[in-house]
Design a protein around this ligand. Structure first.
Ligand SMILES: *Cc1c(COP(=O)(O)O)cnc(C)c1O
Length: 382
């Protein structure tokens, strides 16, 4: 039965049409390297899209961007980095690459992102122990902006730089400024599941031209200016290829369409569950924010009268070949990180236990949405 139904993915690549034009140009001019006109063009077009004076370097992944941000901020062995626990492991692992130690912070209910109160508790506690954190990693999860004013005010008070993980939030804004442009460093991801993709890639957003040049230097093996290969620093091979950047340029042309469609899908879920007290579509109450709705998230009230749980819903959708997935498993619950310190009240634990991400891809068809609607109505006995 199921094999007759095409798979509905959570979020799959959605090409706009002009990507191949840019890739063809790269072939025509033989720019098949991690540099070239598409790389430069993509960076300029991204900067324009974000309406920022900050400078952008495109990289091989969002994870690489976070790693370079940590390097640039001087995070080293024996340093502590405060990190939102509710995130993808790509946020956290670069802290370990640097030999530093993550300390995890819970989320607050209004955004599912870093809780400023728990964050300040952690800072004060660690300062008392003589271990002032070297950096803060905050995430705009599922495209919902974190409490930028509150978080950055505390960071400023204690003079700790913030790395802003906007991997899921390209197109989201906070007080009319684009996510990615707030942190001492910002990062983006163009992985295949993100709102636009380069088939794999990322970017670091730097405060000025000099720090961008340093990021590019580090991302291309830290070659000293000499005719021979000479190195006085450890570098990385993290630059984005000119072919992938071509895909990115085509994708940027349809980014606003993708945002609009994902927001419509979010509205579709809100309408679907309007009269359903068991299921709540997650939404922030913050004023002055605009969400790209990268993924739509529902919260299933525990002990509801229909006996619904995230697992029962996930299984029922799977029967209809519809992909859904629990929210990110918090880092402080991960086997690799469970021995690390965590400050908070179990908010992200609760959302991990009772939350579910629903299909949100901008390439879903009307048939896809109908199948999702019918499947839920059966589950809800409507
Ligand atoms: C996808 C993602 C990353 C990592 O990006 P990659 O390009 O996959 O390395 C980092 N943080 C968050 C929150 C992400 O969703």
């Amino acid at each position: 039965m199921t094999d007759k139904l095409s798979k509905i993915w959570l979020s799959s690549p959605h090409m706009g049409g002009r990507e191949q034009h840019y890739v063809q140009q790269a072939f025509d001019e033989n720019w098949i390297a991690p540099l070239g006109p598409n790389v430069n063009g993509f960076e300029q077009e991204l900067q324009k899209y974000l309406h920022t004076e900050k400078k952008i370097a495109s990289l091989s992944s969002g994870t690489a961007a976070i790693h370079l941000a940590l390097v640039q901020l001087g995070v080293d062995k024996n340093d502590i980095v405060l990190c939102q626990s509710f995130t993808f492991v790509g946020t956290t692992n670069p802290i370990i690459y640097q030999g530093a130690t993550p300390v995890f912070i819970d989320s607050e209910k209004d955004t599912l992102n870093i809780d400023p109160v728990a964050m300040e508790d952690a800072i004060q506690d660690l300062i008392e122990k003589g271990k002032k954190p070297k950096a803060i990693l905050a995430v705009h999860l599922y495209g919902v902006p974190y409490k930028v004013d509150e978080v950055h005010k505390i960071a400023l008070k204690y003079d700790i730089p913030v790395i802003e993980d906007a991997a899921e939030a390209l197109g989201s804004t906070y007080k009319n400024k684009f996510c990615g442009s707030f942190g001492d460093r910002g990062i983006l991801s163009f992985n295949g599941n993100k709102i636009i993709t380069t088939s794999g890639g990322g970017a670091i957003i730097c405060p000025d031209q000099a720090s961008k040049q340093n990021a590019v230097f580090l991302a291309t093996q830290a070659k000293d200016p000499a005719p021979h290969y000479q190195h006085s620093q450890i570098g990385f091979n993290y630059r984005l290829s000119n072919l992938c950047a071509g895909v990115g340029r085509g994708q940027l042309e349809v980014l606003d369409d993708h945002v609009r469609i994902r927001r419509n899908i979010n509205q579709f879920y809100k309408d679907l569950f309007k009269e359903v007290p068991e299921i709540e579509v997650f939404e922030t109450n913050q004023k002055e924010v605009f969400c790209n709705n990268w993924l739509s998230v529902i919260y299933i009230r525990p002990d509801n009268r229909l006996g619904l749980s995230k697992d029962s819903i996930m299984n029922a959708l799977n029967e209809k070949n519809i992909e859904s997935r629990p929210l990110w498993k918090p880092m402080h619950l991960q086997p690799i990180y469970q021995d690390h310190n965590y400050y908070g009240n179990g908010i992200c634990d609760d959302y991990f236990e009772n939350g579910l991400c629903l299909p949100s891809g901008s390439n879903m068809t009307d048939e896809n949405l109908e199948r999702i609607e019918t499947s839920f109505k059966a589950l809800l006995h409507q």
